[in-house]
Every structure is written in C-alpha cells, then in structure tokens.
Design a protein around this ligand. Sequence first.
Ligand code: HEC
Ligand code: HEC
Ligand code: HEC
Ligand code: HEC
Ligand code: HEC
Ligand code: HEC
Ligand code: HEC
Ligand code: HEC
Ligand code: HEC
Ligand code: HEC
Ligand code: HEC
Ligand code: HEC
Ligand code: HEC
Length: 446
Amino acid sequence: MNRFTCQLCLTVCLIALSLGSASAQTCSVTSCHYSIIGYREMHAPVKAKDCTACHVQKNMVHPILGGKSWDLVAKVPNLCVKCHTPFGKKNVVHPPVKEGECLGCHKPHGGSGRFLLDVSEDQTDLCVGCHDSTPFKQKFMHGPVAVGSCTKCHAPHEAAEKALLNAPVRNVCLTCHSNLATSLKEAKIIHKPVGEGPCTVCHNPHGSSVNKLLKKKMPDICLDCHVKMSKKLAGVKVPHKPILQESSCASCHAPHYSQDKGLLPFSEMETCLFCHGTGKLGTPPLRNIKKDLDKKKFLHGPINKGECKACHDPHGSDNFRMLRGSYPAEIYVPYVDGIYGSCLGCHEKNLLKYAETTIYTGFRNGNRNLHYVHVSNKRKGRTCRVCHEPHASDGEKLINKEGAKFGAWKIPVNFVISPTGGSCAPGCHRAFKYDRKTPEIYKLKK
Ligand code: HEC
Ligand code: HEC
Ligand code: HEC
Ligand code: HEC
Ligand code: HEC
Ligand code: HEC
Ligand code: HEC
Ligand code: HEC
Ligand code: HEC
Ligand code: HEC
Ligand code: HEC
Ligand code: HEC
Ligand code: HEC
C-alpha cells in the first residue's frame, strides 16, 4: 500500500467508526480490510462478514497508531472450539494440534486452498514447513505422496492409529490397492508377512531409492528375514544365475501371494521351464529342457511328479548343475565312492559296490554287475550319462537314445531291452547282450 491508499483507507474507516463502533460490514466493505474477504476460499463466518464472531473491540478508537483496538473473543484454540468440536479424544494427537496451534496450518479468515489452508490439493509444502522433506524427494515416489495427498492416509489432527494413520497400515494400503485386497482373498498361498504384518515391513509408504517402493533392494529385502537362506547363498559354489540378476528372488517368487506352492507363479515345473524352455540360456547354451521332455515316452520318476527340485536346488548348491548331491561333470571319471550321491540318494545305494550281485541291479549278466563293470572302474569309469538321460527318454530305463555327447560326436547306445536282459551296440564296442537268467559267455579283458 502506498501512502495515498493508506490515507484513504484510514479516512474511510474513521468515517465508518465515527458513525458508531465498527460493524462487520464496515470492516470489510471498506477497503481497510478488503483483503480479508478477498480469499478464494473463505471461512464461513468471514464470508458472512461476521467479524465480531471472533473479534471484540476493546478500544473505541480504531485504528490507533502503534496500538490495538481489537481483541480476539477468545484465544486460539478456544476461539475455534467455540464453533468446532475440540480435538484430543483419540490416542494420537498431532503435537501442533495438542499445543493449540491451529494457526500453524490454518489461516483464520480464508486461504488460497480449501480448509483454510494456503496450499492447493498438494499439501506437501504445508507439512514440510515443520517436517524433514527428504522422504518426499526420493527417486521413486508413491502416487498419492507425489501429488501431496498426505491426508489420504494421515489424519491432520488426531487418530486412533500410530503415525496419525486413518486406519491400521494394511487397511490404509488396501483401500486403494483394492485389486490386491481381492486377490489376497482368493489366493491359496499368502506370504506370511503380507497376510499378517503391515505392508511397511517391505515397502516405504512415501518413496524410496529402490523401485516398487521397496525398503531395500532385492534380494536383501528378502534375506533380512530369510536368514538361513542368506547364509546358504553366501557360500554356494554353483549359484543359480537369476538370483544374482536384478529381479533376483522375484524372478521365481511372487512377493505377496500365489495359487501354487512356494509362492511360485506357476507349478514348479512350469516355473523352471518358463526359462529353461528356450535353449538360449548361457554360452554355450544349456539344453532346452522343455524340448527334452516334450512327447517323451518315459519321464524320470520325480519329473513325472512335476518336481525339478528333487534333484536340483533352485537356490544353488555346491554340486555340479546345482544338484543336491555329488555328480561328476566329465563324461569319464576314475571311480571313487561317493561321487554319485545325486543318484544313489534315491536309488539302490549298493548299485556300484559289488562286482557280483543278484539283487542290487537288473543290469547284470548272470551275477556279474554291469553297472560295476562300466561305472566303478578306478581308472576310467563311465558316468551315468553315457547310458542314461537324467530327465526323460524314449528308451526304456531312461537309456539315452541319441547318445551322450562326446565332443561333437554323440555315442549312441542302441539299447534293446528283453524280459531278462538286453543288448547294446554302442559306439565304443561291438554289440553285447546280457541276460540275468542265462548269462551270455564273454571273455572280457580286465
Ligand atoms: C473465525 C474467527 C474470525 C473471524 C470470523 C474473523 N477473524 Fe480476523 N482474525 C482472527 C484471528 C484468530 C486473528 C489472529 C491471526 C493471527 O494471530 O495471526 C485475526 C486477525 C485479524 C486481523 C489482524 C491480522 C490480519 O490478518 O490482518 C484483522 C485486521 C482481522 N482479523 C480482521 C477481520 C475482519 C475485518 C473480519 C471480518 C470480515 C474478521 N477478521 C473475521 C479470527 C477471525
Ligand atoms: C463463529 C463460529 C466459528 C468459529 C469461532 C470458527 N469457525 Fe471454523 N467454521 C465455522 C463454520 C460455520 C464453518 C463451515 C462449516 C461447514 O461448512 O460445515 C467453518 C469451517 C471451518 C473450516 C473448514 C473450511 C472448509 O474449507 O471447508 C476450517 C478448517 C475451520 N473452520 C477452522 C477454524 C479455525 C482454525 C478456527 C479458529 C481460528 C475456527 N474455524 C473458528 C465457524 C467457525
Ligand atoms: C498440522 C496442520 C493442522 C493443524 C495444526 C490443524 N489443522 Fe485443521 N486441518 C488440517 C488439514 C490438512 C485439514 C484438511 C483435511 C483434509 O484434507 O481432509 C484440516 C481440516 C480442518 C477442519 C475441517 C475438516 C474437519 O476435519 O472437520 C477443521 C474444522 C479444522 N481443520 C480445525 C482445526 C482446528 C480447530 C485446529 C486447532 C485445534 C486445527 N484444525 C489444527 C491441518 C491442520
Ligand atoms: C506446525 C508444525 C507442523 C506441521 C505444519 C505439520 N506437522 Fe506433523 N508433526 C509436527 C510435530 C512437532 C510432530 C512430532 C515430532 C515428529 O514426530 O516429528 C509431528 C508428527 C507428525 C507425525 C507422526 C505422528 C506419530 O505419532 O508418529 C505425522 C504422521 C505427521 N506429523 C504428519 C503431518 C502431516 C501429514 C502434515 C501436513 C498435513 C504435518 N504433519 C504438518 C509438527 C507439524
Ligand atoms: C499412502 C499412505 C501415505 C501417504 C499418502 C502419506 N503417508 Fe506419511 N506415513 C504413512 C505410513 C504408513 C506411515 C508409518 C510408517 C511406519 O510405520 O513405518 C507414515 C509415517 C509418516 C510420518 C512419521 C515419521 C515417519 O516417517 O515414520 C510423517 C511425518 C509422515 N508420514 C508425513 C507424511 C506427509 C508429510 C505426507 C504427504 C507429503 C505423507 N506422510 C503421506 C503413509 C502415508
Ligand atoms: C490414496 C490411494 C493409495 C493408498 C492409500 C496407497 N496407495 Fe500405493 N499406490 C497408489 C497409486 C495411485 C499408485 C500408482 C499406481 C501406478 O502407477 O500404476 C500406487 C503404487 C504403489 C506401489 C507401486 C509403486 C511402483 O513403483 O510401481 C506400491 C509398492 C504401493 N503403491 C504400495 C502401497 C502401500 C504399501 C500402501 C500403504 C502404506 C499404499 N500403497 C497405499 C495409491 C495408493
Ligand atoms: C515380504 C515383502 C512384501 C510385503 C510384506 C508386501 N510387499 Fe508389496 N511388493 C513386494 C515386492 C518385492 C514387490 C515388487 C515385485 C516385483 O518387482 O515384481 C512388491 C510390489 C508391490 C506393488 C506394485 C505392484 C506390482 O505387483 O508390481 C504394490 C501395489 C504392492 N506391492 C502393495 C503391497 C501392499 C498393499 C502390501 C500389504 C498388504 C504389500 N505390498 C506387502 C514385497 C512386499
Ligand atoms: C518380514 C519378514 C519376511 C520378509 C521380508 C520376507 N519373508 Fe518370506 N516368509 C516369511 C515368513 C515368516 C514365512 C513363513 C515361514 C514358515 O511358515 O515357515 C515366509 C515364507 C516364504 C516362502 C515360503 C512360502 C510357502 O508357502 O512355502 C517363500 C518362497 C518366501 N517366504 C519368499 C520370500 C521372498 C522372495 C521375499 C522377498 C521378496 C521374502 N520372502 C521376504 C517372512 C518374510
Ligand atoms: C529359479 C527360481 C527361484 C529363485 C530365483 C528363488 N527361488 Fe526360492 N524357491 C524356488 C522353488 C522352486 C522353491 C520350492 C517351492 C516349493 O515347492 O515349496 C523355493 C522355495 C523357497 C522357500 C521355501 C522353502 C525353503 O527352501 O526354505 C524360500 C523361503 C525361498 N524359496 C526363498 C527364496 C529367496 C529369498 C530367494 C532369493 C534370494 C529365492 N527363493 C529365489 C525357486 C526359486
Ligand atoms: C528366470 C529364469 C530362470 C528360471 C525360472 C529358472 N532358471 Fe535355471 N538358469 C537360469 C539361468 C539364466 C541360468 C544360467 C545360464 C548360464 O549358464 O548363463 C540357469 C542355470 C540353471 C542350471 C545350471 C546351473 C549351472 O551353473 O550349471 C540348472 C541346473 C538350472 N538352471 C535349473 C533350474 C531349475 C530346476 C529351475 C526351476 C526350479 C530353474 N532353473 C528356473 C534361469 C532360470
Ligand atoms: C532325477 C534328477 C533330476 C531331476 C528330477 C531333474 N534334473 Fe535336471 N539334471 C539332472 C542331472 C543329473 C543333470 C546333469 C546332466 C548331465 O550333465 O549329464 C541335469 C542337468 C540339468 C540342466 C543343465 C542342462 C545342460 O545343458 O547341461 C538343466 C537346465 C536342468 N537339469 C533343468 C532341470 C529342470 C528344469 C528340471 C525339471 C523339469 C530338472 N532339471 C529335473 C538331474 C535331474
Ligand atoms: C529324487 C529321487 C531320485 C533321484 C535323485 C534319481 N532318481 Fe532315478 N528314479 C527315481 C524314481 C522315483 C524312478 C522311477 C522308479 C520306478 O518307476 O520304479 C527313477 C527311475 C530311474 C531309472 C529307470 C528305472 C526303471 O526301472 O525304469 C533310471 C535309469 C534312473 N532312475 C537313473 C537315475 C540316475 C542316473 C540318477 C542320477 C543322475 C537318478 N536316477 C536320480 C528317483 C530318483
Ligand atoms: C553302460 C551303460 C550304463 C551306465 C554307464 C549306467 N547304467 Fe544304469 N542301467 C543301464 C541299463 C542297460 C539298465 C537296464 C537294466 C535292465 O533292467 O535290463 C540300467 C538300469 C539302471 C537302473 C534301474 C535299476 C537297476 O539297477 O536295474 C538304475 C537306477 C540305474 N541304471 C542307475 C544308474 C546310475 C546311477 C548310473 C551312474 C552311476 C548308471 N545307471 C550308469 C545301463 C547303464
């Protein structure tokens, strides 16, 4: 205001006052306090020009230079609760409300925004006037926080819940994330902390430096609770590559719920074949297991039950190919006890032990244990893969039809089974027959 308008204002007001005490009409109609009725959003009593609902004249002279001729009817907050319901009945009261600092947030006459606030729908500026603004300036911001809708989750004055939340955390989250609420109701498997705990054990409600508002990056967020798994992964010699990649645990597990066991997105086997059905993983590429199983006449027992994890540990292991037990990587190895833990954990543990047997294997010529002959050789034992497929085969007894890879060459076994034995005509020797009842007579050199 320049001097002239000040003068004018003063004159008009004085004229008004000289007609008696200041009336509401005169205060605002005149240009003295015009700004008070100039707010976009006005307080109801102000809009009604009822100044004396809150102000009382204590000095007949108004205005007085350097003095006050008006008082408030009562001090804030008592003034406010003359017309509004007082706060303080709920568990958690916002400290400025408790202290009666209504004017820390509200303007008494009006504001540029609703609720006598000087903020638009975006309340951030109001709140960070007192609160640290760091949580609200993260790389990834939560939708409602990014637009400053703090009161979508928080009560500004008081609440029954901690952190002034409008409801318990889970309920607050699920009112907006209603799709998730529905899915959780229909899900067969619910991750325990999702079903029972607050969503904030994993998510930051406001914002985060990690995508999806996670409190920590994968897999740390999971391993903080899954401590045993954490220890195991730390020492593992053959890790499973997806765990080391960005989505880590989430490349196989759903974080919240699933229809399948173990929080898997599909059945266990489908989950594995989702990646191992391409033949494009790794250099040189790993076998396309989906193709290996497709239309095969014989599936290995555990695979028939849909279990890959019976042999492989999906989280990595210390053995070749993440197998749960030992298994040699090479095609021929000098035999020592214990190197086939992977197979003998399920199969006859004496399979490879005795040169002669009548019970431990059907692969014998009379009593002569042909597994022993081929595998238990201390100089150059054949590994199971020379004859068997680990996953599936068109041949009986999982015999390898196409043959094991030997460099670029595949060694076909040409196995034919009979009720009491069988015959092979492999790439490594001439055709041989074996018979458990009436043994073929061979003179084999040692
Ligand atoms: C709902 C109560 C309420 C009503 C109604 C009200 N005021 Fe106020 N007014 C206040 C409060 C509270 C303060 C003190 C603000 C502060 O301390 O920051 C105030 C301060 C003032 C001030 C001094 C500071 C300022 O903001 O300029 C003037 C002038 C004023 N009011 C004029 C008016 C006029 C004119 C009216 C009617 C049009 C009016 N008030 C209606 C509550 C009210
Ligand atoms: C003389 C009565 C009276 C007093 C005193 C009073 N108010 Fe109000 N206030 C009202 C009325 C009437 C409304 C309109 C209520 C409605 O629309 O439901 C209102 C509305 C409000 C609103 C909501 C505005 C909106 O945009 O919806 C706020 C915030 C508010 N008052 C704060 C205060 C504060 C803070 C004080 C004390 C400084 C105060 N009031 C004192 C009568 C009063
Ligand atoms: C920390 C800031 C803050 C303080 C302090 C505060 N309010 Fe509010 N108040 C708000 C906000 C924000 C809203 C708008 C709520 C929304 O968005 O739904 C609001 C809304 C209101 C409303 C209208 C809606 C309702 O909840 O009834 C009234 C009336 C009100 N406040 C009165 C008061 C009074 C009286 C005091 C002092 C005892 C006070 N407020 C202190 C932030 C505050
Ligand atoms: C006038 C200052 C002031 C303003 C403005 C203010 N707060 Fe606060 N708020 C405080 C103080 C003081 C505390 C208590 C100390 C603390 O926890 O930081 C607090 C605490 C809180 C808490 C924690 C309560 C608890 O029990 O854990 C929440 C949540 C909160 N404020 C939300 C808000 C929101 C949302 C806004 C904006 C609508 C806001 N505050 C505006 C002063 C303010
Ligand atoms: C989507 C819901 C939601 C929104 C929107 C939201 N908050 Fe929160 N806020 C929470 C939850 C949940 C907590 C409790 C966190 C906990 O328990 O660890 C919280 C806690 C707080 C606290 C207590 C201190 C802390 O960080 O734990 C403050 C202060 C706070 N919020 C301020 C704000 C402000 C300011 C805004 C708006 C810019 C806002 N909040 C928007 C959900 C929300
Ligand atoms: C007021 C409604 C609302 C509430 C309450 C709410 N959210 Fe959200 N949330 C949203 C919106 C909107 C988005 C953005 C959706 C999008 O981008 O597709 C979102 C996105 C998210 C995302 C994904 C972020 C991303 O980067 O993709 C997570 C995680 C999330 N919310 C968790 C929570 C949690 C935890 C709570 C409870 C503390 C919660 N939400 C409460 C509205 C809400
Ligand atoms: C055990 C940790 C954990 C808990 C508890 C948790 N979440 Fe999540 N949430 C995650 C992870 C991890 C992701 C990211 C998944 C991804 O990257 O594919 C996620 C993603 C989201 C998303 C983004 C949508 C999507 O699928 O990409 C929303 C929304 C969400 N969570 C909401 C919630 C809500 C609401 C709760 C509470 C009912 C909750 N979360 C509890 C770990 C959790
Ligand atoms: C807050 C702790 C917590 C966090 C964080 C957590 N979990 Fe869990 N998780 C649990 C609990 C508790 C169980 C139930 C264990 C039980 O029943 O023995 C569980 C069970 C599981 C299960 C087995 C489910 C079943 O039904 O077989 C899987 C898989 C799992 N969590 C994966 C994850 C992944 C992936 C993450 C990271 C996105 C994660 N968890 C983060 C606590 C947590
Ligand atoms: C390649 C897929 C895959 C990845 C990646 C993966 N898992 Fe698993 N996880 C599985 C399978 C398969 C199961 C067995 C599910 C069943 O049948 O119960 C399982 C089971 C679990 C179980 C419950 C049983 C147990 O072994 O304790 C937990 C907990 C678990 N995983 C946590 C994790 C965590 C944490 C990560 C990330 C570090 C992770 N998983 C990464 C496939 C995976
Ligand atoms: C998200 C994709 C993905 C899923 C799902 C997946 N894998 Fe893998 N797997 C890989 C990748 C990538 C490699 C490493 C390829 C390479 O060598 O670079 C790998 C390697 C392997 C290896 C060879 C490990 C080695 O280093 O010798 C085995 C065995 C294996 N996976 C079994 C499984 C089983 C069993 C499942 C189901 C429980 C499964 N995978 C699920 C991506 C996946
Ligand atoms: C009965 C035990 C067993 C089961 C069950 C099993 N595997 Fe294997 N898997 C093996 C053995 C043994 C090898 C090593 C084969 C070799 O090197 O000759 C292997 C090798 C692999 C390889 C590496 C292939 C390569 O290129 O060398 C992958 C990938 C694999 N398995 C995935 C799977 C998947 C997916 C499932 C479930 C559909 C599964 N396995 C079920 C025993 C098993
Ligand atoms: C998790 C247990 C398990 C493991 C480990 C396992 N197998 Fe098997 N295997 C089975 C089951 C079950 C059958 C089906 C038995 C039946 O039908 O009588 C089977 C069948 C076989 C057969 C066909 C036998 C027949 O009578 O048709 C051969 C050959 C075989 N397995 C070899 C292996 C080799 C080689 C390994 C190691 C790489 C291995 N198995 C590891 C469980 C296992
Ligand atoms: C030289 C080829 C050859 C090698 C190497 C070989 N097998 Fe066999 N295996 C056979 C034949 C042939 C049969 C079918 C016997 C019959 O029933 O006539 C068989 C049968 C089996 C059976 C069915 C039960 C039985 O003993 O009759 C199992 C289990 C088995 N083999 C496991 C293994 C394991 C484990 C290895 C590696 C340690 C292995 N085999 C190595 C040829 C081989």
